[in-house]
Design a protein around this ligand. Structure first.
Ligand code: HEC
Ligand code: HEC
Ligand code: HEC
Ligand code: HEC
Length: 184
C-alpha cells in the first residue's frame, strides 16, 4: 500500500516535470502575469521629465488600431477573409489589440480591446513589474515579466499575415514611435 502511494507520487512528479520542460515559454510567460492596462502605466510614464511615453503612444497609430478596424477599408479587407466585423473578430484583434495576441481569455477581464496595441503588447503584462521599486531595478523587472522589446517583438504583428503588409523596416518604424527617458 505504502509502496503504491509512493509510486503514484513519483509518476505525478515525472509527468509534471515533463510538462514543465516541454511547455512553450511564451505560454508560461503570458499566464504567469496579469495585464493592467496603459492608464496604470501612465501614472508614472506621462510626466514630461520621464519622457511622456504615454502621450507619445496615445498619439501613435498603435493607440488607434481598433478605430482602424471600424473603417470601410477594414470591412473590405475583412470581407475577403470571411470576417463580418473586424472589431470583434479574433482574426484581426490578434494584432490590433493587446491581450488577444497572448490569449483570448485574458482580453475582456484585464485589458480592454479599445486600447489597441498598448504598452503591454510590447513590454509584457505589467501587474507584477509596475511597482516603483521593481521598475527601477531592471533585473527584478524582467524577472517580474518586463520585456525589453526588439525587432522580433515588432515582427509578431508586422509580418505578411497582416492583410495590408507591404514591408517592415525596423529602424525607420522605430523612429516613428520611440519614447526615450530623457538623459541627465
Ligand atoms: C509607480 C510608477 C511606475 C509605473 C506604474 C510604471 N512604471 Fe515603468 N518605470 C518607472 C520608473 C521609475 C522607471 C525607471 C525609469 C528611469 O530610468 O528613470 C521605469 C522604467 C520602465 C521601463 C524601462 C526599463 C528598463 O530597465 O529599460 C519600461 C520599459 C517601463 N518602465 C514600462 C512600463 C510599463 C509598460 C508600465 C505599465 C504596465 C509601467 N512601466 C508602469 C515607474 C513606473
Ligand atoms: C501587437 C501587434 C503589434 C506589435 C507587437 C507592433 N505593432 Fe506596430 N502596428 C500594429 C498595428 C495593428 C498597426 C496599425 C495601426 C493602425 O493603423 O490603426 C501598427 C502600426 C505601426 C506603425 C504606423 C505605420 C505607419 O505606416 O505609419 C509604426 C511606425 C509601427 N507600427 C511600429 C512598430 C514597431 C517599431 C514595433 C516594435 C517595436 C511595433 N510596431 C510592434 C501592430 C503591432
Ligand atoms: C499579423 C498581424 C495582423 C493581423 C492578423 C491583422 N492586421 Fe491589420 N495591420 C497590421 C499591421 C502591422 C498594420 C500596419 C500596416 C502594415 O504594415 O500592414 C495593419 C494595418 C491595418 C489597416 C490600415 C491599413 C493601412 O494601409 O494603413 C487596416 C484597415 C487593417 N490593418 C485591417 C485589418 C483587418 C480587417 C484584419 C482582420 C481581417 C487585420 N487587419 C488583421 C497587423 C495585422
Ligand atoms: C510597439 C511596441 C511598444 C509599445 C506599444 C510601447 N513600447 Fe516602450 N519600448 C519599446 C521598445 C522597442 C523600446 C526600446 C527597448 C530598448 O531599450 O532597446 C521601449 C522602451 C521603453 C522605455 C525605456 C526608454 C529608455 O530610454 O530607457 C520605457 C520607459 C517605455 N518603453 C515605456 C512604455 C510605456 C509606458 C508604453 C505605453 C504607454 C510603451 N512603452 C509602449 C516598444 C514599445
Amino acid at each position: 500500500m505504502k509502496e503504491k502511494l509512493y509510486f503514484g507520487w513519483m509518476q505525478g512528479f515525472i509527468v509534471l516535470t515533463v510538462f514543465l520542460w516541454f511547455a512553450p515559454p511564451a505560454m508560461a510567460e503570458s499566464f504567469a502575469h496579469e495585464f493592467i492596462g496603459a492608464k496604470k502605466c501612465s501614472i508614472c510614464h506621462k510626466k514630461p521629465e520621464q519622457g511622456d511615453q504615454y502621450g507619445i503612444w496615445l498619439n501613435s497609430k498603435h493607440a488607434k488600431a481598433i478605430e482602424t478596424l471600424g473603417t470601410p477599408e477594414a470591412k473590405e479587407a475583412g470581407a475577403k477573409l470571411g470576417v463580418d466585423d473586424p472589431q470583434t473578430s479574433g482574426k484581426c484583434l490578434k494584432c490590433h489589440s493587446t491581450a488577444y495576441g497572448f490569449s483570448e481569455e485574458m482580453v475582456t477581464s484585464f485589458v480592454p480591446v479599445e486600447e489597441g496595441v498598448s504598452c503591454e503588447s510590447c513590454h509584457g503584462p505589467g501587474k507584477d513589474y509596475m511597482k516603483k521599486s521593481v521598475m527601477e531595478d531592471q533585473d527584478a523587472a524582467i524577472a517580474a515579466g518586463l520585456v525589453i522589446p526588439n525587432e522580433a517583438t515588432c515582427q509578431k504583428c508586422h509580418n505578411p499575415e497582416s492583410p495590408s503588409f507591404k514591408s517592415f523596416d525596423f529602424h525607420e518604424s522605430w523612429e516613428k514611435i520611440k519614447h526615450p527617458v530623457p538623459k541627465g
